[in-house]
Design a protein around this ligand. Structure first.
Ligand code: UDP
Length: 352
């Protein structure tokens, strides 16, 4: 099978390329390297992974057969899409249309990497696929959220014209190859813990996320490519943690004595997030297998083996300046005085 992976040099994309190559597929990795990195796929290039430097907002021309297109191209971390607002909108809209055209021209399976961000700051908890979401259309996250919502709409319209399309809504995912300075919570906390810098918790740290280890996620992506499921299917680990619990866990696993520091919560930061994964379990037989403790251990090991990159990222992340606050007034960037309260024993969030 010949699979085109847009965004294939990124964190998730490179793991997907690797999984496909390892099972014997031929892979075309299309990436403009705006947030992806060639070193992520360097080791795959002699194994049948071809790299094409391409901006998918421009028409995609590829010779030879194509059996599947996995469309992952997009800035994905909040600091990245805040820095690249128009590019994020373009890749979610024009980029998705181009990827869909490529797939239909070849009669190929198309899989859209959508996101839990389509639920915005959810009023329904946990999130099931029937929920339509609570997105601020002009908020700072809207460039990503609305681009992905449009991407889902156009993918569904193509399905209406008999294209073999599928939508996966990917919840927070972490693992090796996250960019140390991309400003996401898992990479930032690990970098800070390994460098003896304070862990920068935004807000009170009571907001929740559900973190999925990348190998689990990629298994689901491959199963989706192989299926004819339309979705949307949530995919993620339903084990929910507060950001403060995550900080404690990273400190334990790294053995770090870094402090925890509280900073202003970025605007429209979702309060809680946990996927209902019944559908994906039924449709693809998928469920996560790697615990957060084990996944974090593997991720910490990967970061620890790159001390130079970690030291450079620690400087960039210093004082919570990772980018979630970037572009906002200077006053917003000051640490917020919040008592470093002990980690709360938080019960299950209220059902709405
Ligand atoms: N966050 C934090 N400290 C950081 C980076 C992020 O407390 O240094 C918080 C962020 O405000 C959010 C959560 O961690 O509530 C997850 O952030 P991330 O950027 O990883 O992903 P998101 O789910 O918000 O897209």
């Amino acid at each position: 099978m010949r699979v085109v992976v847009t965004g294939g040099a990124g964190f998730l994309g490179s793991h997907l390329c690797e999984a496909l190559v390892r099972r014997g597929d031929t892979v075309v990795c299309a990436d403009d390297l705006s947030t992806g990195r060639l070193e992520n796929i360097e080791h795959l290039r002699h194994l049948g992974c071809e790299f094409v430097r391409a901006d998918v907002t421009m028409p995609l021309e590829l010779s030879g057969s194509v059996d599947a297109v996995a469309h992952l191209a997009s800035p994905a971390s909040p600091p990245d899409y805040l820095r690249l607002p128009l590019e994020t909108l373009a890749v979610g809209s024009r980029g998705t249309e181009n990827a869909l055209r490529l797939a239909t021209q070849h009669g190929a399976r198309f899989v859209l990497a959508s996101t839990s961000e389509v639920y915005g700051d959810p009023l329904v908890h946990p999130q099931h696929e029937e929920y339509w979401g609570n997105v601020n259309p002009i908020g700072p996250r809207s460039v990503y959220d609305e681009a992905k919502r449009y991407a889902e709409a156009v993918t569904t319209a193509y399905r209406g014209r008999r294209a073999n399309t599928g939508i996966l809504r990917i919840f927070n995912t972490y693992g090796p190859r996250m960019r140390p300075c991309d400003g996401r919570v898992v990479s930032s906390f690990i970098v800070q813990a390994l460098s003896g810098e304070p862990l920068t918790v935004y807000g009170s740290g009571d907001q929740t996320r559900s973190f999925c280890y990348v190998d689990d996620l990629v298994r689901g992506l491959v199963a989706m490519i192989d299926s004819a499921e339309a979705g949307p299917l949530n995919i993620g680990n339903p084990q929910e943690r507060t950001v403060r619990e995550l900080a404690q866990l990273v400190l334990e696993i790294t053995g770090s004595s870094s402090a925890i520091e509280f900073h202003r919560l970025p605007q429209n930061d979702p309060t809680r997030r946990r996927p209902v994964v019944t559908r994906v379990r039924e449709a693809l037989g998928w469920s996560p297998e790697v615990s957060i403790e084990e996944g974090l251990r593997r991720t910490v090991q990967w970061f620890a083996a790159r001390p130079d990159a970690v030291a450079a990222a620690a400087l960039l992340l210093r004082g919570g300046q990772s980018g979630a606050d970037r572009g906002r007034p200077a006053a917003d960037q000051l640490p917020v005085q919040a008592p470093p309260a002990p980690v709360a024993e938080q019960g299950a969030p209220a059902q709405v």
